[in-house]
Design a protein around this ligand. Structure first.
Ligand SMILES: [Cu+2]
Length: 224
């Protein structure tokens, strides 16, 4: 091999490695879903609206359109954002509305059927306050949960009357689960998670969307 050929080969090889490193850093380390910022309204409270979907529109969620997923409604634009990261002020009442567009998956353990950590110790299903949900017999069937373990907050999310597979969905065929809670005084990232093993085709249903930001787990960033 001539010197020129060897130098060219070396340069190509170096560029390939550099390109690979840049891809890994940008895609896996710096990439990720955006954070939706919620400021307190004039009432001093924060209103957070989310939805759950059985699967998503591939144009909106190209990475894993077949996974179950949450979406968060941006208060600034009014549009649905494919993310599970949101930011709220410290020591503030947060009013959460979750529109359920997914079908029923019962909780594995009835502990997850209990509402905890909310204002009044209840969540409202279609406007009716409930303390404990029997996810196997109804009258309210469960699809996912919204839980922040470090705040002892856990709410089963009611299953929708139909299954929407093209999230984010905007039709009226959804359940409505609402609850309120106080954010802590301590700023920081508070991890939240769905505890219904809804990661279909993953071991025990706990892989895939259950452990990936943007789908069934995320962070609530509390700022002072
Ligand atoms: Cu889930």
């Amino acid at each position: 091999m001539s010197l020129a050929a060897r130098v060219t080969t070396l340069i190509v090889a170096v560029l390939a490695v550099v390109g690979g490193v840049i891809f890994v850093v940008a895609h896996y380390l710096l990439g990720g879903p955006p954070t939706v910022d919620f400021a307190a309204a004039t009432s001093g409270q924060v209103n957070v609206t989310m939805q759950t979907d059985a699967s998503s529109d591939p144009a909106t969620v190209p990475d894993h359109p077949t996974w179950v997923s949450y979406f968060i409604k941006s208060p600034a634009s009014g549009s649905w954002v494919h993310t599970t990261l949101f930011q709220v002020p410290a020591h503030t009442r947060v009013n959460v509305t979750i529109l359920g567009y997914d079908g029923s998956t019962p909780v594995r353990n009835q502990v997850w059927g209990q509402v905890s950590g909310t204002t009044g110790g209840v969540a409202d299903y279609g406007g009716k306050p409930v303390k404990t949900v029997n996810g196997w017999n109804g009258p309210y069937l469960i699809q996912h949960t919204f839980a922040i373990p470090s705040l002892n907050l856990s709410v089963p999310v009611e299953a929708g009357p139909a299954t929407c597979t093209t999230g984010p969905c905007t039709n009226n065929q959804h359940s409505t689960t609402t609850f309120s809670f106080m954010t802590p005084a301590q700023p920081g990232a508070y991890r939240w998670q769905c505890f219904v093993p809804c990661g279909l085709s993953y071991l025990d249903g706990n892989g895939g969307p259950m452990q990936t930001f943007g789908y069934m787990t995320g962070n609530m960033q509390v700022v002072s």
